[in-house]
Design a protein around this ligand. Structure first.
Ligand SMILES: *Cc1c(COP(=O)(O)O)cnc(C)c1O
Length: 378
């Protein structure tokens, strides 16, 4: 089998992982080893990702959410601290902020990119601001270099939610290798999948050690040392957020195929851009495909809810990413008026986007979309 594991799902699903025989073989090999927790496969995956990005170190964790939670803890963000974050993100970003006892300061996004830009972040800084958490929506890098000095002067740390941005670049530098504390997700539908998983790219050796303690219950010894010793040291608070051997094995196999995965995602996004450009009322959210490995293909349209329903009925796996967080019941304490985000939240639609699709599928989705838009406003 070379073209994907199991029955290929096509336009009827919004996203799904693309597993090949190499991933399946890696799972079997990891299982055969009999060590299922954090182990040599995990260490190897960390080395593979670090080499791929061209960075000194990467710490694998159990999910993207855990990566954000642990990165915030490692950066010393805690109770009373304010974290600037766009409202338009997966709710996991916000829950990670709450998990450390900090609170979100929701900001607007640029409706053409769905990312928060530097002037917006700068304007939102307040006396309690301790961190900025840019979300690399759709995989697009967020450039805060213009305000980095201003942030440094106030002791504000930047922690990137690059859950969707594995493989993307800021200029010529890979996301994760720009010197910022960066968090990736390797969840089931992300650009690179471990089925479940995530990673933190630490800025220093000290930070790397802190992240490793935080992901393993505050224990200082690595697993390989601990199994040979009579005791271990619990030095601090810690979570249980290690990455298992099986997940790491999938990740390393995916990484070996990543150039092809990245090329396919870029090609698919470009095919959508070509197929959608003359459909009246459709605004394609720009991912900067030159520099980005697209995570999704998102459009802004009128009558979104009706079009969503029509396309679902026609068997097209459309979705919405995401309902704005500042309007969620759990986050009402930090609600503010964000008219751009509220507007965008009513317009966005995610088209089917995963490596099982080809150009014919893209044309089928575009035809269905054109038909649905014509139905709602002839
Ligand atoms: C997927 C995602 C997360 C969370 O990652 P998990 O691996 O699912 O925990 C966080 N932020 C964004 C923007 C995501 O897309």
């Amino acid at each position: 089998m070379t073209s994907g594991f199991a029955t290929p799902a096509r336009v009827d699903v919004n996203a799904r992982p693309d597993l090949h025989d190499t991933e399946v073989d890696a799972i079997v090999a990891a299982l055969a080893d009999g060590q299922y927790g954090h182990g040599v496969w995990t260490d190897r995956f960390e080395e593979d990702v670090a080499r791929h990005l061209g960075v000194a170190d990467v710490v694998a964790v159990s999910s993207g959410t855990a990566a954000l939670h642990i990165a915030l803890l490692a950066a010393g963000i805690g109770p009373g601290d304010e974290v600037i974050v766009p409202s338009l993100t997966f709710c996991a970003t916000i829950q990670a902020i709450l998990a450390v006892g900090a609170h979100p300061r929701f900001v607007e996004v640029d409706p053409t990119t769905l990312c928060a830009d530097a002037p917006t972040v700068l304007a939102a800084l307040g006396p309690a601001t301790r961190a900025v958490l840019p979300v690399l929506y759709g995989g697009r890098a967020v450039d805060l270099t213009g305000i980095q000095d201003a942030l440094d002067q106030r002791g504000i740390v930047v922690i990137e939610d690059a859950a969707q941005a594995f493989g993307s670049h800021l200029g010529h530098r890979p996301v994760g290798a720009t010197g910022l504390l960066t968090c990736f997700s390797f969840g089931p539908i992300k650009n690179l999948t471990c089925l479940e998983g995530g990673a933190v790219v630490p800025r220093t050796k000290r930070e790397a050690a802190a992240v490793r303690r935080l992901r393993l219950l505050g224990i200082t010894q690595p697993q390989t040392e601990r199994v040979r010793a009579t005791t271990y040291q619990v030095a601090q608070f810690g979570l249980r957020a290690t990455m298992s051997a099986v997940h790491a094995a999938v990740g390393s196999a995916q990484l070996a195929r990543f150039p092809a995965i990245a090329a396919q995602r870029k090609d698919l996004w470009r095919a959508y851009a070509a197929a959608l450009h003359d459909i009246p009322g459709v605004h394609l959210v720009d991912v900067d495909v030159e520099h980005t490995v697209p995570f999704n293909c998102v459009i802004r349209i009128p009558h979104r809810d009706t079009v969503h329903q029509l396309l679902q009925q026609a068997g097209i796996g459309v979705g919405v990413h995401y309902p704005p967080n500042h309007l969620q019941p759990a986050f009402t304490a930090w609600r503010r008026h964000l008219p751009v985000t509220e507007n965008v939240g009513r317009q966005i639609l995610s088209l089917p986007f995963h490596p099982h699709l080809d150009h014919r599928d893209v044309r089928q989705v575009a035809r269905a979309l054109r038909g649905a838009l014509h139905t709602v406003s002839p």
